[in-house]
Ligand binder design. Structure first.
Ligand code: ATP
Length: 356
C-alpha cells in the first residue's frame, strides 16, 4: 500500500550489468519514497548509480530485482512511453533544425493532441520558461541557457506526473548555472510537477532540494531535507561528502562520550560502552582560553583569513587534527596565532554520533 502523498516508491531495487565475472552491481538494494510535488535530488559522486536509478524510473533500463511503483501501481517493467514520466537530458537533445515552438509542440503532436490545444500549451510553456520572444528561432541558434529552457518546456508540455533531470545544469557556466537553479525552482513551484534531479554538486543539492538522497556505491545512505542531512548526517560518508566535518574518536562509558580528561558529552540512551566516531562542523567548534571548564587543549597550526571568517587548524593532545571556523569580529581583531595553546569546546547539540 502506498501512502497518499507518495508518487514514486522504489522498493528493494537492484540493477546488475553484465554476467559471470563481468557482473557489476550498479544498484544494490535501493529503497526510497518520493512525494507528490517534491523537488527530490539524487546526490553522490561519479559512478555511484544516480543515472542508473533515473534510467530505471524512466524505463530506459529494467531492474534486476525489486519494484518501482507510481501512484501505487508497479511500473518497473513498462516501456518508457507508457509511463507518465519525462526526462531532461544533460545535452538537452533538442531538434536543431526545428524552431523553439516546434520543439515544444513535438511531443504533443506525437500524442495526437488537437491543434488548438497544442497551440495553447506551447504558448503557456513559452511563458513559463520566458521564451515567448524567441518562439520562431531555430534551437541551434540559441545560447546554452536558452536551450536549457526549451528542453524544460518540451519535457513539461505533455504534463508528466514526474520530471527527471540528469545533471541538467552541468554544461552551463557558473553564473548561468546559478540563474538556472533559481529558474528551475520557480518552474517546479509554478507547475507543481514532481522533479527528481541528479547532481554531484552538494551545494546545488542543498540550495535546491526539498529532500536529498545521498548515494554511494549503488546504495542510498541517507534521505532527508537539506537541513537534516547537513546537521544530522548518520554516517561518515554523508558527513564528509556534504560540507566540511571534523571526526573525533571517543570512548563510551556509561552512556557518555569521553573526549578527554573532564570533557564528556551525553549520548542517546542505550549507547553501549566501547568507542564511537563523532562528527562536528567547523562552525560549531568554540575556541576558549586554555584550561577553561569542559575544554580540550589544542595547539594552533595555522589560520586562514577569508574576510567573513577564518579557518583555524588545530591539533588536539591525542594528535587529531581539527578545523574551527571563526566569525570575524567587527573590529577586525587579530585571530589565533600559530603555536598558541587554546581550549576547544563542542556544544553537545552540535555533535553527531555516526554509525560505524
Ligand atoms: P556520473 O555522475 O558519472 O554520471 P552516476 O552516479 O550517474 O555517475 P551511473 O551512470 O549510474 O553513475 O553508473 C553506476 C555504475 O554502473 C558505474 O560504475 C558504471 O560504470 C556502471 N554502469 C552504468 N551503465 C552501465 C552499463 N550499461 N553497462 C555496464 N556498467 C554500467
Amino acid at each position: 500500500m502506498s501512502s497518499d502523498d507518495a508518487l514514486i516508491e522504489i522498493v528493494d531495487v537492484t540493477k546488475a550489468f553484465g554476467a559471470g565475472e563481468r557482473r557489476f552491481l550498479a544498484l544494490g538494494g535501493v529503497n526510497a519514497t518520493i512525494r507528490k510535488g517534491e523537488f527530490f535530488t539524487l546526490l553522490g559522486p561519479s559512478g555511484c548509480g544516480k543515472t542508473t536509478l533515473l534510467r530505471l524510473i524512466a524505463g530506459f533500463e529494467l531492474p534486476s530485482s525489486g519494484e518501482i511503483r507510481l501512484d501505487g501501481q508497479e511500473i518497473g517493467h513498462l516501456p518508457p512511453f507508457r509511463r507518465p514520466v519525462n526526462t531532461v537530458f544533460q545535452n538537452y537533445a533538442l531538434f536543431p533544425h526545428m524552431t523553439v515552438a516546434q520543439n515544444i509542440a513535438f511531443g504533443l503532436e506525437m500524442l495526437g493532441k488537437p491543434k488548438a490545444e497544442i497551440a495553447a500549451t506551447v504558448e503557456r510553456m513559452l511563458t513559463l520558461v520566458k521564451m515567448t520572444e524567441l518562439a520562431g528561432r531555430r534551437t541551434d541558434q540559441l545560447s546554452g541557457g536558452q536551450q536549457q529552457r526549451v528542453a524544460l518546456a518540451r519535457a513539461l508540455a505533455p504534463q508528466p506526473k514526474l520530471l527527471l533531470l540528469d545533471e541538467p545544469l552541468s554544461a552551463l557556466d557558473l553564473k548561468l548555472r546559478k540563474e538556472m537553479q533559481v529558474e528551475l525552482k520557480r518552474i517546479q513551484h509554478e507547475t507543481g510537477i514532481t522533479f527528481i534531479f541528479v547532481t554531484h554538486d552538494q551545494e546545488e543539492a542543498l540550495t535546491m532540494s526539498d529532500r536529498i538522497a545521498v548515494m554511494s556505491r549503488g546504495q542510498i545512505l541517507q534521505i532527508g531535507t537539506p537541513r537534516e542531512i547537513y546537521a544530522h548526517p548518520t554516517n561518515r560518508f554523508v558527513a564528509d561528502f556534504i560540507g566540511e566535518t571534523n571526526f573525533l574518536r571517543a570512548a563510551v562509558k556509561g552512556g557518555r562520550a569521553v573526549l578527554g580528561p573532564g570533557v564528556e558529552l551525553p549520548l542517546a540512551a542505550g549507547t553501549a560502552d566501547g568507542e564511537v566516531t563523532l562528527a562536528i562542523r567547523p562552525e560549531h567548534i568554540r575556541l576558549v582560553p586554555e584550561g577553561a571548564a569542559g575544554a580540550l587543549s589544542a595547539t594552533v597550526g595555522d589560520a586562514t583569513y577569508f574576510g567573513t571568517d577564518s579557518h583555524v587548524h588545530l591539533t588536539l593532545a591525542d594528535g587529531t587534527g581539527i578545523v574551527a571556523r571563526q566569525q570575524t569580529d567587527p573590529e577586525g581583531t587579530q585571530g589565533p596565532q600559530a603555536g598558541a595553546v587554546l581550549g576547544v569546546t563542542f556544544p553537545p547539540s552540535a555533535v553527531q554520533v555516526l554509525e560505524d
